[in-house]
Design a protein around this ligand. Structure first.
Ligand SMILES: Cc1cc2nc3c(=O)[nH]c(=O)nc-3n(C[C@H](O)[C@H](O)[C@H](O)COP(=O)(O)O)c2cc1C
Length: 168
């Protein structure tokens, strides 16, 4: 194949990302809990184990993370794909309880104050330890304080080709 130059922004669409639902807030209160689909998620340190989620300032979930100081990463498998795209990645949690809208089972996290999704094959609970402004997003940095596997369903990968076509 012949080398083809692409612009610097489109190039980033070729980086495969995880597909995660980031949840935060008070699990018992439908008006105070929320979550959003995120693909810009990464591990960033071995010791301590740290993760990063890049969140646009307008997201309601960002407010909930800042309020409680914690969040959970709910890994998305095929069973949660529709919820991730049509509900958690589409609606604003400002006026909607996305857990009810997506018909997923919400449970309290074990070690942090946050809701988690029982159908997620893997849940990673994090305490927010820092945040860093990075261009038009905020990098929320969390220390992993607890994690568990609920099932052996395969995690989905998010990949957005240059044409904008979604492949998961
Ligand atoms: C596949 C997918 C990946 C997304 N990744 C991110 C992301 O990494 N960061 C972000 O700020 N928004 C991301 N979004 C957009 C948010 O999920 C979306 O704006 C959501 O409705 C925000 O909800 P909230 O305002 O209730 O927090 C993504 C959406 C989809 C569908």
């Amino acid at each position: 194949m012949t080398k083809k130059r692409i612009d610097t922004l489109s190039a980033l669409d070729y980086i495969p990302h995880p597909l995660v639902i980031v949840t935060a807030g008070d699990p018992e209160n439908p008006n105070e809990r929320g979550g959003m689909t995120a693909a810009w998620v990464s591990r960033i340190s071995w010791n301590p184990p740290l993760v990063m989620v890049a969140i646009a300032p307008s997201r309601h979930t960002l407010k909930l993370i800042r309020k409680q100081g914690s969040f959970a990463l709910n890994i998305v498998s095929k069973a949660l794909e529709n919820a991730a795209y049509s509900v958690f990645g589409m609606l604003s949690g400002k006026n909607v309880d996305k857990f009810s809208a997506a018909k997923v089972t919400v449970k309290p996290a074990e070690r942090i104050k946050a809701p988690v999704i029982a159908e997620a094959p893997v849940v990673i609970e994090c305490e927010k330890i820092d945040e860093v402004k990075a261009g038009d997003h905020i990098m929320i940095i969390g220390e992993v304080v607890n994690a568990y596997i609920n099932s052996d369903d395969t995690p989905l990968v998010f990949y957005q080709s240059r044409s904008g076509e979604l492949n998961v």
